[in-house]
Design a protein around this ligand. Structure first.
Ligand code: HEM
Length: 319
């Protein structure tokens, strides 16, 4: 009883924060202080993308891991030091990539307009450009986020790939996302890939929910034995078009050909199955909704006004 009251209060607080956010952020926020900010980020992302196409999916994931823990405040970017740990030390963040790219983009921004553009805004813009570079619809990003001054590993409560979907839906709902929006955001798993450690147990202890041909193929790729992360093989979620935002992911779910257990459950759970079927059949609707959901993701629990700071280097606090 007490815990449900606390949960309700937290939810109300979060919704109020999000409502305030939408009004305060502004697409013209840097018009005076860094008018070329969006072009600087886009040019840098284009250059990075053409040398490494795996970067754009990594940046989309970075945004998710940032925004769902303490809001979109760049807290995920802080490097742990021997004295102070940070979100990056938490298990779900061990496989995050793209930190060097954020630093490179931030350096370009600092060279043009010192101390103006926050790392949280830079990451939100990078993720928007990542979606566009992968063929997704472009969306507007309202700006004015500030960078957080706290990053704690124990606050990283991101769901595991084997989480029950009921719990995941409650977790997304607490951040303002409906079951439909959650299904749409899961669609990000149409790009990039996963290390075998995220799903190897599904190969060696089959639960019947994975297509048998995929299971055998993945067993060939991954092997049955656990490996340290740096030698663990990785494989694409959508091997036909791993660098294209498209609705293939939903067709894969419907034919039991997806790697992560929690994704697969979305194909059969009563709150999500109709959305999975709809987006499998409606490519244009998916593209539209994916961009809208990404824009909404970039606004979760942001800091604004005088809160936090504008970091000079994204991987460490100013002081
Ligand atoms: C219950 C929710 C989710 C779980 C459990 C989950 C889990 C994972 C896991 C285990 C990986 C593979 C990491 C690796 O082994 O290298 C991954 C990759 C990825 N995730 Fe998620 N994810 C979730 C939701 C999301 C959301 C909401 C987004 C974005 C909107 C997202 C975007 C991505 C992307 C783009 C990749 C590929 C990254 C790369 O290629 O480096 N995920 N996710």
């Amino acid at each position: 009883m007490v815990s449900s009251v606390v949960r309700l209060l937290l939810m109300v607080q979060l919704l109020l924060a999000m409502a305030a956010t939408d009004e305060a952020l502004d697409t013209g926020y840097y018009a005076a202080t860094c008018p070329d900010a969006e072009a600087i980020v886009r040019n840098a992302m284009e250059r990075l993308h053409y040398t490494d196409p795996t970067l754009a999916p990594a940046v989309i994931r970075l945004l998710f891991h940032d925004c769902f823990v303490r809001g979109c405040d760049a807290s995920v970017l802080i490097v742990p030091t021997p004295r102070y740990s940070s979100e990056r030390a938490a298990v779900p963040n061990h496989t995050l990539r793209g930190f060097g790219a954020v630093d490179a983009v931030k350096r370009a921004l600092e060279a043009a307009c010192p101390a103006a553009v926050s790392c949280a805004d830079a990451l939100a813009l990078m993720a928007r450009d990542a979606v566009a570079l992968l063929g997704g619809n472009r969306y507007d990003v309202a700006l004015g986020r500030r960078d957080g001054t706290q990053s704690n590993p124990w606050e990283v409560d991101l769901p595991a790939p084997f989480a029950r979907l009921d719990d995941v839906l409650a977790y997304f709902a607490a951040r303002g996302f409906s079951a439909e929006e959650t299904v749409v955001l899961f669609g990000a798993h149409t790009v990039g890939g996963a290390h075998c450690s995220s799903f190897r147990y599904r190969l060696t202890m089959p639960d019947g929910a994975m297509d048998e041909t995929l299971r055998c193929d993945m067993l060939d790729t991954c092997g049955a034995a656990d490996l340290p992360l740096d030698t663990d093989p990785a494989t694409f979620f959508d091997p036909d078009t791993p660098f294209t935002v498209d609705n293939n992911y939903y067709a894969q779910l419907m034919s039991n050909r997806t790697l992560l257990q929690v994704d697969q459950e979305a194909a059969t759970h009563p709150d999500t199955a109709p959305h999975v079927a709809y987006y499998a059949a409606s490519p244009d609707a998916f593209m539209q909704r994916f961009s809208e959901a990404m824009a909404k993701l970039s606004n979760v629990g942001v800091l604004e006004g005088d809160a936090g700071e504008v970091r000079k280097v994204c991987s460490r606090y100013n002081n």
